[in-house]
Structures are given as C-alpha cells and as structure tokens.
Design a protein around this ligand. Structure first.
Ligand code: SF4
Ligand code: SF4
Length: 225
C-alpha cells in the first residue's frame, strides 16, 4: 500500500496562513492504514492546529472530514457541502488523492498535509519499508521477487555494480546488496539462469504520465480509430 508521513506542523501552518475556514480532508484508504491520514490523524491535526493558533492568538475555523478513499471521485461527493464553505483544504491522502481533490474543487486551494513516501510493506505497527516505485515494467519474475529499482541503490536491472562488498552494498555496510540477495534466492530456487537474462535499461527520462485500462473494460473506454 501507499505509505505517507505527516508534514511538519510549521509547514502546514505556513500554507493556511491567509485562510480563515479550513477543511482537513482525510482518507480511509492506505494512509489510514499507515497511521498518517485517516480519521484519527485528522482529529489529531485539527487539535494541533487549534492549539498552535491559540498560542499565536489567531482564530480560524478548522473542520475535518474523512472519506473512504480520496483517489476515487465516487467518494468525494460527501465532502461537497463542507468544501463549498472552506477557504482552503488540507489533504491528508497520498499525492494521488490530493490531486483528485484539487481537481474536483479547482477554485479552492488544496494543500498536502502529508508527504507521500512509498509503496511499501508493513513490518510492524508504524514501521514500513519501501518495496515498489511503480516503474511500470515489473521484473520481479526474473529477480526472485526482489525489486532492483527500490532495493538496489543504483536501481540496476542487470546484476550488481562493481562495488559490492560481499553481501553488502558499496554505499553502506548497513545496506544489503539487492543483487546478492537476488542471486542467493534464485540459487535456492534453482533458477540461476534468470540472472543471466539481459533487460533493457529503464528509460526513466522518457516516462510520461501513465494511464491504463484494465482488460475487460477496454470496450467501455477505448475507441477504435
Ligand atoms: S487516496 Fe491514496 S491513500 Fe487514499 S486510498 Fe487512494 S491511494 Fe490510498
Ligand atoms: S520492478 Fe520494482 S518498482 Fe518496478 S513494478 Fe516491480 S516492484 Fe515495482
């Protein structure tokens, strides 16, 4: 799931400076699971802002509302009545949710209240690790389920660089070499031939905004020329 972290309070305060009526929009999806932007975090942010504003002898009207998923327009209708009254909104969803919110209410400034960090896994409560950067060309089939984009410091697709120190990455003795792990796991699975496959380097600079239609919905969205 997508992982996010709350932004520092001072940064959020700097966004809302000129506005009086502020709506905090939470998301009940990924960001609530990683304890960054669900209903509970909306309430906490509202209290923190109320306290900070009181200390600064400022008065603002702050309210909060959490939708099921901010990245789906079907849920945003619930906010319409609150959004109408707001001078600005603080989105506690990931960058995608915040953008959909901003698209729906183009007259109202929408500010992010969290930093979207990663697509990752839950290691423990409040402990997450990045596992995917949505590169669009998944190679996990050949890398024993270990992502070379996120786990290799250089994002290499075709084996380790020359700097590997045993099973460690050259950037730090604390960091395991992803390609060493890929080798060991492929070996354990008797699939070492997969490491010899050559993959074209990823053309990151050519990446454009991706849009896709799931198979099964092609008739609905794709027009034939
Ligand atoms: S808006 Fe972002 S955080 Fe919320 S459900 Fe959608 S993808 Fe997950
Ligand atoms: S290769 Fe890595 S970054 Fe790319 S889609 Fe697969 S897991 Fe995600």
């Amino acid at each position: 799931m997508i992982k996010a972290k709350p932004k520092p309070l001072d940064e959020i305060l700097s966004y809302i400076g000129p506005y009086e009526d502020i709506l905090i929009a939470g998301c009940g999806g990924c960001v609530s699971v990683c304890l960054a932007g669900g209903q509970k975090e909306v309430n906490i942010l509202k209290s923190e802002l109320d306290f900070a504003l009181r200390d600064a002898r400022e008065t603002k009207q702050i309210s909060g509302y959490t939708v099921e998923r901010q990245c789906n327009a079907a849920y945003l209708g619930e906010i319409d009545a609150y959004a109408e009254k707001a001078d600005c909104m603080l989105s506690m969803a990931c960058g995608a949710g915040a953008q959909l919110l901003a698209e729906r209410y183009p007259q109202t400034p929408v500010f992010p209240a969290v930093n979207t960090i990663a697509i990752g896994v839950d290691r423990d409560i409040g402990l997450y690790e990045e596992r995917c950067r949505a590169c669009g060309e998944c190679v996990l089939a050949y890398t024993a389920g270990i992502c070379p984009v996120t786990r290799c410091a250089k994002g290499l697709f075709n084996g380790p660089c020359g700097g590997t120190q045993g099973d460690r990455c050259e950037i730090s003795p604390e960091v395991p070499c992803a390609w060493h792990e890929i080798f060991e796991r492929l070996k354990a699975q008797n699939r070492l031939e997969d490491i010899l496959r050559i993959h074209k380097p990823m053309e990151w600079r050519n990446q454009i905004q991706r849009k896709f239609v799931q198979k099964g919905y092609e008739n609905r969205y794709l027009q034939e020329d």
